[in-house]
Design a protein around this ligand. Structure first.
Ligand SMILES: [Zn+2]
Length: 253
């Protein structure tokens, strides 16, 4: 039998990698129910196994504590992650945020601690790219060849353009995904949806964690035509651009 190839590279797979990482799914003792039903795995080489690079842990600490998550995410954050943070004397935090603070909300007896800081953006992008490759492999039963571009919908920014872009992409994806099924056997923790390919063969996945943390990843298969969207061209050049989607208008620059 031929050995399976890694989902990321041409090397032979040596293990199965969970996508998304298993540690994002709370254990039974914390959740009091099974949230690890049929977790997705893909064949992986040593180098592309997140466990070995501690990227899994990094991702867990980065997204489970985000405000607005459902109670599953919150429980997970206050259980396993707080234990992990205490165990490592908050060293984990240093890995997650380039500049960080621990902020407490609430009074002395009842409070939650939230992470606040500048996330390690490059590393997050890297983590979500891996998940996007893995999800593609799992869904289409083949490897993805082309260019991937993650967009982190959950990060907040004060700049004007990214804000408008975020509102725009959220609405665009909401419309395109309205009739597409949600995949995943633990919807409260994670699911994904694929859009249909556009005229250029480009399509998008929505990765949703704890029913709140949205990440959009666009896939441009190799050989696909590069789109020239006048609106985006103008936007990139800093010219005031209005893009209409449905009955809403989005202003850039
Ligand atoms: Zn590999």
């Amino acid at each position: 039998m031929q050995k399976e190839q890694c989902y990321m590279c041409e090397k032979s797979a040596t293990s199965a990698e969970h996508v998304p990482p298993k540690c994002l799914f709370p254990e039974f003792k914390d959740a009091k129910k099974n949230l690890r039903v049929n977790l997705i795995t893909v064949p992986s080489c040593d180098e592309h196994n997140g466990k070995k690079s501690h990227d899994d842990e990094f991702l867990m600490v980065s997204i489970a504590g985000i405000i607005g998550n459902n109670s599953i995410g919150y429980q997970h954050y206050s259980g396993k992650i707080q234990r992990a943070l205490r165990r490592t004397s908050y060293k984990l935090l240093e890995k997650v945020f380039l500049r960080k603070e621990l902020v407490r909300i609430g009074d002395e007896n009842k409070f939650i601690e939230i992470l606040w800081g500048t996330p390690d953006y490059e590393r997050l992008i890297n983590c979500f790219s891996h998940i996007a490759y893995g999800i593609y492999h799992h869904h289409f039963k083949q490897k993805f060849y082309g260019v991937l571009k993650p967009y982190l919908g959950f990060l907040h920014t004060n700049e004007q353009n990214p804000k408008a872009f975020k509102a725009f992409i959220k609405e665009k994806v909401r419309v395109e995904l309205a009739d597409e099924p949600k995949y995943g056997d633990n919807l409260e923790v994670f699911y994904y949806q694929f859009t249909k390919p556009d005229n250029f063969g480009i399509f998008l996945v929505k990765l949703c964690f704890y029913q709140n943390v949205d990440v959009f990843v666009s896939y441009m298969p190799s050989g696909a035509q590069k789109p020239t969207h006048l609106g985006f061209e103008l936007m990139n050049r800093g010219i005031k651009t209005i893009i209409t989607l449905g009955d809403k208008e989005y202003e850039f620059n």
